[in-house]
Each structure stands twice: as C-alpha cells, then as structure tokens.
Design a protein around this ligand. Sequence first.
Ligand code: DGJ
Length: 679
Amino acid sequence: LQTRSNSYAFGIDNQGLVRHLYWGSRINAMEDFEMPELAEVSTNDPVYEITKEEFPVYGGLRYKEHCLKVTFADGTRDVAYEYVNYEIQKNEQCEELVIILKDKHYALVMELHYKIYEAYDLMERFVVLKNESTEVMQIEKLHSGQFHVPYEGLNFRNVHGHWGAEQQKFVQKVDYGKIIFENRRGISSHNHNPYFILDQDATETTGNVYFGALRMTGNFSGAVEQTQYGETLVQMGINTHDFTWDLKPGESFASPEILCGYSADGFQTMSHNLHQFANDFLLREGLRPVLYNSWEATGFDVTVQEQKKLAAKAKELGAELFVVDDGWFGQRHGIDNGLGDWYVNKEKFPNGIDELIDEVKAQGLLFGIWVEPEMVNPKAELYAKHPDWIYHFDTRESDTSREQYVLDLTKNEVKAFVLEMLDNLLSNHEIDYIKWDANRPISQTNLKKDLWYKHIQALYDIVKETKKKHPAVLFEACASGGGRIDYGILGIFDDFWTSDNTDAYDRLFIQDAYSYIYPIKAMRAWVTDCPNFLSNRVIPMKFRYHSAMMGTLGIGCNILKFTEEDIALSQEMIAQYKEIRPIIQEGTFYRLNHTSANDYFLYEYMKGNEGVLFAFLPQSKLGHRGVTVKLRGLEENASYELLMEDGKLTKSGSYLMKHGFDMRLTGDYASMLIRINKL
Ligand code: DGJ
C-alpha cells in the first residue's frame, strides 16, 4: 500500500497467513519485498509467536495479544483462518483493499479493510466479521488491527487526566511487559484518549513517529507490547471489558476504524496529516461562529430577563452565537431534577423560550441551547413515568452520579423519545446550535454485554438522524467538557467542548496536547471570569483572550459585570479574532520550539500568505530574557512582514525560519499576537 511518502506492505504466505512486512518511508520497488518462510526458533517459540500477523486471532499456539476471540455454537474457542481472496475498491476519497479470510471449519468470514488516503499519508484499518452459518457466534474480543513497529525501546505517548484536567500529555518508555490504555466508563476521554503515538525520541520536526487514532467513542482499549523478538506490537479496538457480541446468522459486525500513519520527520507531520484529514473529510465546511455561553455567568439560575440582557451585551461585544446552557427546562434548579423533562420552565420563561430566541435573533445572533438527552434525574417526571428506561439490574439499586441515571438508548422507545424531543425542539424553535452534554459515566448496563457499544451507536444514530432533518444545526460534543474527544464522534458532532477547565494557563497545556491529534477547528475555547472557578487564579484578560483565540473562540464571562475597559478590550479581541479566524480554524498549525530559559509557549498558524503567531509567557524568570523564535512553513525566498504590538519587522522566509527573530515579553501572564504577512 503506497501513500505519498510511505509504504505499508504485507502478504499472504504459503500457509495462508496474512503477514506483515513493512511500515515506514516509501519504497517504490515493491517487488523487492520477500515473504520469509515460517520457521520455528525452538519448540518453545512457536511460529505464530515470531510471525508478524496483520490480524492475530485467538487460536492455536498464539500467546501474544490477539485481535479476535470467538466462541462458536459448539463451544469451540479457536479461530483458524485461511486466505480466500481480495478486492480493491476505489472512491473519490480513497482506495480500499479488502482481504477476505475465512475460518477453515466454521462459516465465519473476516474481512480486513485498508483504506488508503494517499495525499494525506494516512490509512484506515478496520475489520468486518460475517456469520454465514446458521448458528450464533459469540465475539468476545474485536480489535481493529495489529501494527508491527520494527523497533524496541520506543516512547509511548498519550494523555491522562480527569474532569477539569483532561489532555495532560505523558510519555512512557516501552519495555518488556504490556502497556494497556483503555476506557471502561462509556464516556471516553477524561482519563485517556483512544490513540497511540510510538516514537523514537522524535521532536516536532525529526524522528520516526507511528500513530493511530481509533474512530470510536466509549469503551476502547489498546495494547502496546514489546516482544522478545525485537519489535513492538500495538493494537486498538473495542474494550473486552464487559463486552460480548452475538453475531447472528447472516449478520455482520464492523469494528471501529483506526486512522493511522507514519511520519519520518516528527510529530508536526503527524498533526498536519490528521488535521488536514479531519478538515477535509470529517468537519462541516465553513467557519465556526464566536460563541457566548451563559453557564459560568448564571449557572442554573436562568431567567429570561437576564438571558436577554446577556444576549444584548454579547452582541455588543461581537459574539455571533448565543447559547443558553443548563437550567432552562423542567424543574431544573440544580443538578437533582429536570433531566428528561424537556419542556420550557414556566417560571424562568413565562412566555416560552421564543421570547429569548426572538431577542437573540433580533440582535442578529444565532441561537444555541444545552441538552443532556441520555440522562434522567430520579426526581424527574420522565423517571416516574418510565422507571424501566434506565440501565439497571432488577435486583440491584441503580447508582446515581451527579444525581442522575443513564437512559437505555438501545431501547427503541427511548431512542424514539430522544429523537422526538430533539425534533420538536428544532422544529418549533429557531435553534442553530445544540450543546450535547453527558455528565456521568455509564454503569449497570443491563443483562446484555453489548450495551456499552450499542449505547454509543444509538447516540451516533440519533444525531445523524436529527441532522438529516435539521442539516444546518451545529452539534457540540460536551460530556462534562473533554469527555468525548475522539475520532468516532468527530464529524457526527461539529465541535468539542474541550474542557470545563477554562483557566487560560491550564488551557495552554490542554490545547497543546489536544492539537497533536485533533483539529483546531473543533477546539472550543472560552474566555471566562477571574478568579477562575477551578484554579482561583487571576489572569489578565488579554492573556485569557489570546489563549482562547487559539481555537474556536467563545466567551463565558458574566459580561453584565464587565467594566468599560473589559468591554473595549473584548470588542477589540473579538474583532481581531474574526479577522484571523480563517487562519486559525483552517490554517496549518505549528507548535514552535525555543531555547529560552523562560517558559514561552509559541504557536504559529499559516494559511496562504497570512499567518499568526501567539506568544505566551506565563511567568518571567532569570532576568526576563527574550526568546528567539524560528517560524515554520514559510517560503524561503519570499519576504514577510511581522506586525507586532510594538513595531514591525521585514525579513525573508529563510531568515525567519533558520535564524529566527528576537522578541521579549516581560512580567507574568504576558502574551502577544503577531500577524505574519507575505509581501
Ligand atoms: C458540564 C459542561 O461541561 C458545562 O459546560 C455545563 O454545560 C454543565 N455541564 C451544565 O450542567
């Protein structure tokens, strides 16, 4: 399989095994690849153990992590496949190779899919299982594919964290033993994220980087294993935790895709390829509006008068979309009631929600609204009517978290209820944006072990279905902020609420880590009030704006309390953001290095002849030394003008990229936005 710069090779050997041969920089002479003959090292090192299989199954003398375990109707738990055939399909976006395998005895077909996105240097791998027998087959494990990285001693990178502290980068040396990264909560990504990066001490612009992101929300798992034979294996897919899938006669089941690639020149190429792919294939076209969200300003204390005032003020500042958050519906005065009762609260909106929407529209703003459709409070009217709609075991008390239960979306009537609720909301009111929240992990998922997986499929279906009828509506994936950032949901939803942590300094770390894998256009970032509700930190407003302008800008302050100075600064910053928005949301993003003793954070965005550089200095130290900034992505021989707050500079692309230019910020929480223009 050839992409612009890379090759991925495998073949079928004389025993019908699908054997990996190569993953790395492009080799044009494919005929040079040879299939080594299977030979045992010793009786204790069976051939399967030393054979690089593309899709190792549980069966025979295999002891490493496998990708598939099936129990057949007669109780046999052993897959033995043989190669049948292959197909090549072409469509506008990609070329797809399908390798068809079949069990030697049972009518189980395994299709290995490889979609090649040549220009993006990316590939998508997934597996389709087909039961062509007359009996049920039980799938106990399905990972989407195995990768063989031809090195030992690699670095494994991912993020760790928890609510309010998502996307904290970590790096771990791969050694003997296994690294398992996973989610068991149904809400994917507060703790770890469904991707792997394996590198050989790479930097932004140098070194081998192998990576893959699973296109799945919910319970994923991944395993990294350095073998005794000089290579590193990595695989990802559906978590086996509390999972089985009954594959009925005549049915098929597809694993989630792993979007993967290789970069010979560091993390930047990885990020660029993924960002480009997401922008071109997954994300809806068009620039994202500047949002105002009232959550941090009003909490559950929503009133029509105040929301109208906030909308007018948001307009004055330059916002384009007004979102009313939690608290507008049912008896929602706190976390303990209202979820499930999706009617407008009469005390808060005596004349209905349209009074607010009309005002918002009269201001020329778009209107957005918060929902949490997968949940119900025990006190809600919906729960009184349908206690059996939640996930539960009949003999156990169901656990609440945030005083709510999770609705069993896999039940037809529940799914229909949510679909109808959304349809009514969107058909009866002029709503342009839905913020979809989910504020607790799933638990006690009923007697069937496939519900973790089915829940997420139902969630995807509901949003896809709703979008068919209401195609203009944008959907934000929230999940307590940061809980559903993954390539499964991206594209079905349009934005991520990146984190409930809106502290502008913490956000630099969160946003930096996010940018490795996920596109900037989907990264919602708000400016909020100080002291920050989580960190208690006070940061100047300009720094807060600059930090939030790195993604899709939002404002979450109580803007009714703004001083004249705050208003003027906000107007200036929002107007500036609108000017640079195409560069931020659609440009190419660079995490710049520097050698200053001061902790500068430097991020560059380039689109065509224009660019932006954000420089942050959270804390000055050691004599307030300046920094030399080397830009990237410029044309060597072109001249560029850098527009700084304190003057301008004209230099060649070559000079700016190789020598760099000097700048200096002083004090604490200093920041600067520099415009870059090709002359
Ligand atoms: C969690 C979200 O991340 C917040 O932005 C807010 O919408 C609250 N839920 C509302 O309950």
